[in-house]
Design a protein. Structure first.
Ligand SMILES: [Zn+2]
Length: 278
């Protein structure tokens, strides 16, 4: 089993929303904002090559939205989802599975393309598309807090294609040999992280529970999260487990650091140790 990093470009989000209750005077030193307090964030997908399956995990925001939408999020960077796959010698037709940690636009926008006639189609025509029923129900009937993140054009065409399948909502569910589903309910309903066994060790693709290395300390919880106190419990649980078992964490949104290891500091807190290769 091999994991390849698939860069889907960068976008910008309000630093206050990303760092939650942490004051501007502190977070501005970590990820320096522009004049509108927007910070750059990566959209970092992964490709899991099991030998017979090519599993793409999350797909960035895509490029089918109109100019007004794009102007809010400033997509930028040399790399795109498709150019990154091409570097791995993969065409869209080669992808067997598209796994969605959750259906916020910056995680699934690249899964659906818009045709010239305005209709929508799967970007990966031969792939099985994966979500879970509990999250799906939230995504198609969103609460007011998450409404702007769940875009119908990203979501409904998956179901219409007939290629959408649901994964059981069960923490530690072994989806495929060496790949476990880990459930988190703080950021959104039934987000699915992946725990992946490779020759280089165990990796946790942490989606929006640990979107960057800066989100490892407890106060750093995104303002987007629907249940921040649950996020705190889940962060504690996963950090203890990850440190005890030497998991490396892949950061989906960290603009600088792909993946890292953990250590305990002299005050007993679990902190980022160092960047690791995937
Ligand atoms: Zn999210």
């Amino acid at each position: 089993m091999k994991i390849h990093i698939v860069h889907s470009g960068y976008f910008k989000l309000d630093g206050g929303a990303m760092f939650g209750v942490v004051p501007f005077t502190m977070w501005k030193k970590l990820n320096p904002p522009d004049e509108n307090h927007l910070c750059p964030w990566a959209m970092r997908s992964i490709l899991i090559d099991t030998g017979d399956r090519k599993i793409l995990v999350d797909t960035g925001m895509g490029d089918k939205q109109d100019a007004k939408f794009q102007s809010h999020f400033h997509p930028h960077g040399e790399e795109s989802l498709m150019s990154s796959l091409k570097k791995l010698n993969l065409s869209p037709e080669d992808i067997t599975d598209v796994f969605h940690t959750h259906l916020h636009f910056d995680h699934c926008g690249g899964s659906i393309v818009k045709n010239d006639d305005g209709s929508y189609a799967l970007a990966f025509p031969n792939a099985t598309y994966w979500s879970n029923q509990k999250h799906w129900d939230t995504a198609i009937n969103p609460n007011a807090r998450e409404r702007a993140s769940f875009l119908k054009e990203n979501i409904l065409p998956m179901e219409a294609s007939g290629q959408l399948k649901m994964i059981p909502v069960e923490d530690n569910y072994e989806w495929l040999p060496g790949i476990k589903i880990r459930i988190s309910n703080g950021h959104t309903e039934a987000m699915m992280m992946l725990q992946i066994e490779t020759d280089q060790g165990t990796f946790l693709y942490a989606a929006d529970l640990f979107p960057s290395k800066w989100h490892i300390p407890m106060p750093y919880v995104m303002a987007y999260d629907i249940r921040p106190l649950v996020t705190l419990e889940e962060k504690t649980k996963f950090l203890e487990e990850a440190l005890a078992n030497d998991y490396k964490i892949i950061f989906e949104h960290d603009p600088f650091t792909l993946a890292g290891s953990l250590k305990r500091n002299e005050r007993g807190r679990i902190i980022f140790d160092q960047e690791v290769q995937v």
